[in-house]
Design a protein around this ligand. Sequence first.
Ligand code: ADP
Ligand code: MG
Length: 340
Amino acid sequence: ESQLNPNYTFENFLEGDSNRLARNAAIAVANKPGGTSFNPLLIFGGVGLGKTHLAHAIGVDIKDKYPEKTVLYISAEKFTQQYIDSVKKNNRNDFIHFYQIIDVLIIDDAQFFSGKSGTQDVFFHIFNHLHQNGKQVILTSDKAPVDMQDIEQRLLSRFKWGLSAELQSPDFETRVSILENKLYRDGVEMPDEIIEYVAKHIKTNVRELEGAIISLIAQSSFNKKEITLNLAKDIVEKFVKNTKREVSIDYIQKVVSDYFQMDVSTLQSKTRKRHIVQARQLAMFFAKKYTKASLASIGSQIGQRDHATVLHACKTVDNLSSTDKQFRKYVEDLAKKLTL
Ligand code: ADP
Ligand code: MG
């Protein structure tokens, strides 16, 4: 069977600036599987931002519109396991054939292929066959193709053929809508003050956002507790403590630009004006410190610089903060704002 979760629909995937491109691309692909230039469609982003949900939604919608099409959702991990089994059982060709006759192939968490050259090889052949025959491939990954490690170049170049769309952390309004939608679907009412408190404090992971609201619903319906701000605070604290928060590079650029009262576009610009260069270097420094992004990816997101520029920025910030008191104050202020 297709392994699709019918609850993961487009309708239930609330739209916001953070996901608009990926969501619209997913809808376009679902309307015309194999018939758009988004082939493959690669959806990437951090943990709990909706990659799996969106991948399923494409499949669910296609099954609805084109019941005759075969749609298969599979995690890269399971795909790898199946492949290894097929080699053991001497039916690698059956395995390949099975995948080559699918109309829509959805592979979740493709970063799992990293370092697994046998699986990459077999996937490369399956991918080529599907693509040549106008079949749709959808991939998700925790990283952009440029940042994927230990994936063969020829496969990475295929990943870049179509569209790579990022899911970012949702902004406050989107977080509120996600919570309201969840409550509405569960038929539960909750004071705005509580919803806003949760949305304000859980910023970077929709799964945690939902987890906190589910806890609150459980407390009120099973333990008959009144939902107070204090109870919400306790629950949110539990959720936030259990997770290392990761800030996004966009967020860092926004905070740094605001701090120096300039636009993000100024921060990213090519100008050599000293205070702008410093702001840009600070943004790079914090991106290195607070995100898992590679130097190359940080550079490309902060005004199209290369990795050497980012490295230089990090060293400069280190040096200046030990020699220049005013500069150290900038670093401390910004660190506080970013980790709030
Ligand atoms: P990922 O695969 O990126 O780790 P998931 O797709 O598992 O994330 O999403 C985690 C949870 O958050 C799921 O329950 C999903 O339904 C929910 N979710 C994520 N983004 C949204 C959104 N924009 N609207 C509604 N629910 C969302
Ligand atoms: Mg997932």
